[in-house]
Design a protein around this ligand. Structure first.
Ligand SMILES: Cc1ncc(COP(=O)(O)O)c(C=O)c1O
Length: 443
């Protein structure tokens, strides 16, 4: 071997410095591993499976087919299939980066205090008694996932019960987050595959059967993955059961405003519980409703019985956060706080938010119509009835595999599709694929 290949090998072995380096790194590198005289300490580690949702992205990227369609990942896309940065976000961001008084200092452990207050008010409403009475401890989090994890760690340490009930099915990461934090994960019945709707009777039986003090995870709106939400009356009955059994509600609000287009309508279940329950938790995310996915802006709120208790809880949340990541990032929270804190920007946000929600609703009716036109066997009403970013199509694992292999359409194996990934142009293509799968691939 000579020339460039030999040079690359020498660089890899640390025998010569890589091009452009000062040479110090090469001079500092020691003789490699063999000196230990035993296999690597990592040698026994099995390769972990790819994340079922993020792994889909990788497979999609590697597929060269021109008609390929990615309906796996829960991120909003425009009619042209492009990611969207909201105008209001760009505006707030521009003001932030050009502000001569802005800086890059560390935030406190609990994050941006204005962001926390405005997030709390957005979720619970300014007229909420607990908000008015300063009974809610809020910390900034690494988006919704971070809020769930900090909440879980807090509960593991301070809550009498370590058992959490998740809806069956639920967002795949819930189980992992709560298990990793050391909670015992159980499930309550939620989805009825025969009606593609809510199994309300099963849900109520399971809530009533949970030992008191158990933690109950509730999707605030736009249940992921099913797109099936309780009606207001069902929320009321759930509240009665949960309060009656002294269970602790943990709301996950990843889609406020995204489901119905109305921020307050999508918070109605949470607000009903906040008025009635002495304690509850809330994880909030701005990933979807502000399109701030990668900025990781979110909040964890813990509703407490008194202002003093909220101060104590806040101090303990900081104890959880400090050894995990010390303090949260400034940028995303700064943008959110600017939007929530300005009546003008807030109004602009509401318009853009309902624009996204409306486009998703339009995709539901277009897909439904396309299936109807094709006479695809089965009832597809659920596509219209389900709410939010996702629809649970009812396709089986085998049918999903067929759709991906033959039609290059990517979705999770449970048949969940992101309606936000569809466009007027691609609804027909998806309907063709679904029609083919339903007719030709047995469940
Ligand atoms: C139900 C639910 N909770 C939480 C999250 C967390 O999202 P993020 O951490 O990006 O805010 C998601 C994201 O898809 C979700 O669907």
């Amino acid at each position: 071997m000579s020339g460039p290949a030999s040079r690359r090998l020498q660089v890899l072995r640390g025998q010569i410095a890589p091009p452009g380096s000062t040479g110090n790194a090469a001079a500092m590198s020691a003789e490699p591993v063999a000196a230990y005289g035993r296999p690597s300490v990592w040698a026994h580690i099995p390769e972990a499976p790819a994340d079922p949702i993020l792994g889909l992205n990788e497979a999609f990227k590697a597929d060269p087919h021109p008609s390929k369609l990615n309906l796996g990942v829960g991120a909003y896309r425009t009619e042209d299939g492009k990611p969207l940065v909201l105008n209001v976000v760009r505006k707030a961001e521009m003001a932030l980066v050009t502000d001569p008084n802005s800086n890059k200092e560390y935030l406190g452990i609990a994050g941006n205090a204005v962001f926390c207050r405005l997030s709390r008010e957005l979720a619970f409403g300014t007229s909420c008694q607990a908000v008015r009475g300063n009974r809610i401890a809020t910390v900034q989090s690494l988006s919704g996932t971070g809020a769930l994890r900090v909440g879980a760690e807090f509960l593991k340490e301070h809550h009498p019960s370590k058992v959490i009930y998740l809806p069956q099915p639920t967002w795949g990461n819930h189980t992992k987050v709560f298990k990793r934090a050391g909670l015992e994960v159980r499930t309550y019945r939620y989805y009825d595959s025969t009606t593609c709707g809510l199994n309300f009777q099963g849900l109520m039986e399971d809530l009533m059967g949970a030992p008191s003090d158990s933690i109950i995870l509730l999707h605030a709106c736009a249940h992921n993955p099913t797109g099936v939400d309780p009606t207001p009356d069902q929320w009321k009955q759930m509240l009665k059961a949960i309060a009656g059994k002294q269970l602790l509600p943990f709301f996950d609000s990843a889609y406020q405003g995204f489901a119905s287009g109305s921020l307050s309508a999508d918070a109605a279940g949470l607000r009903m519980f906040a008025d009635a329950c002495p304690q509850l938790l809330l994880a909030q995310s701005y990933a979807k409703n502000m399109g701030m996915y990668g900025e990781r802006a979110g909040a964890l709120s813990v509703l407490c019985s008194s202002q003093g208790e909220a101060a104590v809880v806040a101090s303990q949340l900081k104890q959880v956060i400090r050894p995990m990541y010390s303090n949260p990032p400034r940028h995303g929270a700064g943008i959110v706080a600017a939007i929530l804190g300005s009546p003008e920007l807030f109004r602009e946000w509401e318009v853009e938010l309902s624009g996204m929600a409306d486009r998703i609703k339009l995709m539901r009716s277009k897909l439904h119509e396309a299936l109807r036109q094709r006479g695809t066997p089965g009832s597809w009403e659920h596509i219209l009835k389900q709410i939010g970013m996702f629809s649970y199509t009812g396709l089986s694992k085998r049918q999903v595999e067929h759709v991906t292999k033959k039609w290059h359409i990517y979705m999770t194996l449970d048949g969940r599709i992101s309606m936000a990934g569809l466009s007027a142009k691609t609804c027909g293509y998806l309907a063709d694929a679904m029609d083919d799968a339903v007719r030709n691939v047995p469940k």
